[in-house]
Write a protein that binds this ligand. Structure first.
Ligand SMILES: CC(C)(COP(=O)(O)OP(=O)(O)OC[C@H]1O[C@@H](n2cnc3c(N)ncnc32)[C@H](O)[C@@H]1OP(=O)(O)O)[C@@H](O)C(=O)NCCC(=O)NCCS
Length: 183
């Protein structure tokens, strides 16, 4: 776990990323987690989010050895606009699962998601020394598919009835992956 950053910021052109802490909790953050457009494809939609659930969520990442929660911050305003998660980090095989949400909808469609995801991939390969990242994306979540493709992920397969995302009970999911070709 020493490979995980503690205080360091990951700085891009318009966003920076750093570990999320309890001090980052705000009602605005809670509100975007409860926004049905934001959480439509996220498992958190099944639990009404509160200051307490968010606090427990952040704490669950603090001591974990196989996952990491980063906040995405707008450099211009210093505002917390989204999150990146690394989960199921497998230090034996150098793999992990990545997730992203830009919770503040005012930032959608302006390239913030691509910058945050691309910084996260660089960080995972160069600092965490992971070799492969993967992401499961609902076949209905076209914005997310485009985002991952833009950053260099490839669609590796289609999983039948992968989750309950959408009007019908089960919806297929795509598995996306990216590997560090310089390893
Ligand atoms: C998916 C998400 C992170 C995209 O963030 P974003 O900041 O809007 O993404 P970007 O502006 O960087 O766009 C990246 C690419 O995605 C595609 N895209 C973004 N919004 C889109 C939309 N509404 N419809 C279709 N494509 C879209 C575009 O191809 C875009 O690249 P381009 O502008 O060069 O064509 C954001 O919509 C979000 O947080 N959604 C809710 C949570 C979620 O679904 N997370 C993913 C779970 S797998």
């Amino acid at each position: 776990m020493e490979r995980l950053l503690k205080e360091e910021n990951i700085i891009g052109k318009r966003v920076f990323l750093r570990r999320l802490t309890l001090a980052d909790i705000s009602q605005t953050y809670v509100d975007w987690l409860n926004d049905s457009e934001v959480n439509h494809f996220l498992d958190i939609k099944h639990t009404r989010q509160t200051l307490a659930t968010v606090s427990a969520y952040i704490q669950s990442y603090e001591q974990a050895k196989d996952r990491l929660l980063l906040g995405v911050f707008d450099i211009a305003s210093n505002e917390h606009i989204g999150n990146i998660t690394f989960s199921w980090i497998d230090w034996l095989h150098d793999t992990g699962v990545i997730g992203i949400a830009i919770g503040n909808k005012a930032y959608w469609g302006k390239g913030y998601g691509s910058e945050a995801l691309s910084l996260s991939v660089e960080f995972a390969f160069n600092k965490l020394k992971l070799h492969r990242l993967e992401a499961g994306i609902s076949t209905l979540n076209v914005p997310s598919q485009r985002l991952f493709e833009k950053v260099g992920f490839r669609q590796e397969g289609r999983l039948k009835d992968r989750g309950k995302f959408g009007p019908t009970k089960y919806v297929d999911g795509f598995m996306y992956g990216i590997v560090n070709t310089s390893d």
